[in-house]
Ligand binder design. Sequence first.
Ligand SMILES: *Cc1c(COP(=O)(O)O)cnc(C)c1O
Length: 455
Amino acid sequence: MALHGGTPGARADIALRPQLVGEGDVAEVPRYRMPEQGMDAEAAYYVVHDELMLDGNPRLNLATFVTTWMEPQARLLMDECLDRNIVDKDEYPQSAELEERCVRMLADLWRSPEEESPTGCSATGSSEGCMLGGMALLRRWRAGGGSGQPNLVMGANVQVCWEKFCRYWDVEPRMVPVSREHTHLTAEGAVAHCDENTIGVVAILGSTFDGVYEPVKDIADALDELESSRGVDVPIHVDAASGGFIAPFLDPDLEWDFRVRRVHSINASGHKYGHVYPGIGWVVWRDTASLPEDLVFHVDYLGGDMPTFALNFSRPGAQVAAQYFNLIRLGRDGYTRVQQACRDNARWLAEQIAALDPFELVSDGSGIPAFAFRLRDGVDGYSVYDVSEVLRGRGWLVPAYRMPKDIDDMSVLRIVVRTGFSRDLAEILMTDLKRAIEGLEKRGGFAEERPAFHH
Ligand SMILES: *Cc1c(COP(=O)(O)O)cnc(C)c1O
């Protein structure tokens, strides 16, 4: 079964440009079957290159959390490492060394109690990191005598990877409803859904819907009370996909990390606010006891032993090198400046938008540098989907979508500010947004709601 359809209305063949076709060369190649004969590398290059021109411009993509700009030196380094497979620890011992250094730096950043040898690894992204974190919770619960139907407690605003985890590993997803006042998980909501079959609570540092931090410390305190009153000991996994690289720099006093005793594991996306191009995530456990030993595989490494925990086998080594580059290139001071600039721009944009008549903020960019806003009640000549559509005409990709179940009567727009999105660009966006609403107010809306947006 193909998970994609083809291009609607496309011809069965791709016609090559005359300049690229010599005497006797093939001039057309099938679109959906492998051609019998190959073609010149230049012709093949342009077939692929030209088609990709119709993708959106990544720098104007305000929908994604994933890095779309790195320094040229990082690109150079990634290019040098494109041929390295991070799983070949024996053949590429220095790549393995850099991965370990990254884990140590992140464990330190997240206040791991294990200073000497923290437990953690890289992954393809936060999704894989979350799977690994979830598997460790499931094993730990079983090892502690759990025997019923396991469940995982989380807010209805979780990222789709947690629904995947539950479906793939046969765990009941216990979604705590959200409300307009609390668009995310609360301590009371979490505790009310826990029982002896709860393998863990997922707390999100930076909800994908509106960028708000979930109250990890409050959730932990409430779970401490649950343990003392009912004897149920429920660990926390913090999904810090975005916030894991924001809070340590911008909110150093916020207790969300291993300072909170109940936090067993943390994941983050190196390719979000770690500022690396797509393909890297991280997960770190509190200590070796939080990662059941029978999940760890042991591979030979320079004649020694290298423990590994991953769903994938082969994976690019370039992202690890780029992550290490960023960590030493920016240092704590540099990350703080870059993240602060992102937050300042997000908050500036949020203020500007709040001052426009038709809009009302759902969040203000003070968590991760992302915020959501909606049309005020009573604005009904056009919808957030229209605003998104009109901005798209200028190249801006600003998604419109419904909030999670129970507040899905509320549709919002969301802007994610990343490195490379300067104040200048933010000002141009504001001009375009104002022009968009002027036009919509005159002409009225036209766009249909788009199918589900995947956060
Ligand atoms: C992005 C995100 C994920 C998934 O991460 P990937 O790195 O894209 O796999 C999971 N949880 C949250 C909160 C996210 O923001």
